[in-house]
Design a protein around this ligand. Sequence first.
Ligand code: C2E
Ligand code: CA
Ligand code: CA
Length: 425
Amino acid sequence: MTDSCAPGDALPCRLGTGEFDAGQPGILLVDDHPLMLATQARLLSGMGYRRVGTARSAEAALALMRPDPAAVDVLICDLNMPGMDGIELLRILDRQGFGGGVILLSGEGARVLQTVQRLLGRGQLVLLGALEKPASREGLRGLLDDWTSRAASRPAPKVRPPFTEEELRTAHRLGEWVLHYQPKVDLGNGSLASLEALIRWQHPEQGLVMPDRFIALAEACGLIDPMTEWALREGLAQIARWRGAGLDTRVAVNVSMASLDAPDFANRTSAIVKEMGMQPRDLILEVTESRLGESSTTPLENLVRLRVQRFGLSIDDFGTGHSSLAQLRDIPFTELKVDRGFVRGARTNAVIRPILEGSIEMARRLGMQSVAEGVETQDDWRLLQEVGCDLAQGYFIARPMPAEQVVEWLSAWMARRPALVANSG
Ligand code: C2E
Ligand code: CA
Ligand code: CA
């Protein structure tokens, strides 16, 4: 609070809440210029803000925020400071999960704002705007009011502790996994090519839990193998059920590198397929390229052996790793899935569009099917048709859904199809 500390006297200053401060945003001003800091702090207190702290450097701001980052709601930050500059400060806070608002003090306005936004990626931090120094009363009022209204409409973020190994093992024992299915469709005629099985955890208290919250732990604690086996069996059993109902399709199952490192993975997989009365061509294994072939040659051996038996092999998230081309050279993949980062908005983006087109062309020349994931709009869909991509997957076509919704989705999709493809059969 400004009452108890002189502006620029950064470290001892606390932003603590007194009873009379309830509902007031905690504001931290960061500027290397002592006079500027004092003037802006006085302006803010003149405007009625009582929880205002100051820091004369980025380092001091970090130290000040460390004990209780949530005490700061809005950071007003000079971009150009000696030592650590404002951008570096924001990157660090963003990485630490700071979810407050930020007002930049910089003469560059909108241009800088856009660049900083890109630099920060997809964190929680909210860039409210940029103001020229010294910031005016009206400028600050506008941006701080904007923060207040956003804060009022923003649901409190749910912070959940990570799951433990024990919880995961119990879930496995109790059979709490479920598969949702997301279709891949042909961009030429709109037909259903396959369904990708995506695992979820039907948690007794938390409801449906997404894989991003438990796959890494499953890999780390060795539970990924039994989990993948479960997904293979369940996916294949589902294919058989659909066939029984007159829907003939294939299933794609995601396989972690951790699983491909086991020498008997190929044998176990073909045993499961036989046991289920299915054929290798009924199954596509989607492998995320990162870490592929990093240390041992076991994954490579597994994949080659599976390919010889006519399993489908898909290189997932293509374009995001660092050795994608070497993997294309070494492994006989049948499908190339372009990462969604190169799909959305590609028509107007001069950087990602050539990457998308290049990947599709490369797949074609290598005799692989190209799949674009993350197709969210009709414009994405149209562009993919124009550039000759084979298959599309994404929210525009369907979100991942429980097995029992697939037949109904398919008939709705067939009705949409004539408007989306030239040759709808
Ligand atoms: P992935 O294999 O790249 O799967 C695609 C993810 O993107 C899915 O998230 C899907 O719901 C989401 N998605 C699909 N269409 C769109 C779209 O149009 N826009 C956007 N923004 N997203 C879209 P999900 O289901 O949360 O899965 C996340 C990741 O978890 C998967 O990424 C996959 O790597 C992993 N995973 C899922 N199931 C399994 C599994 O059974 N085994 C293993 N090892 N990994 C799995
Ligand atoms: Ca996948
Ligand atoms: Ca993917």
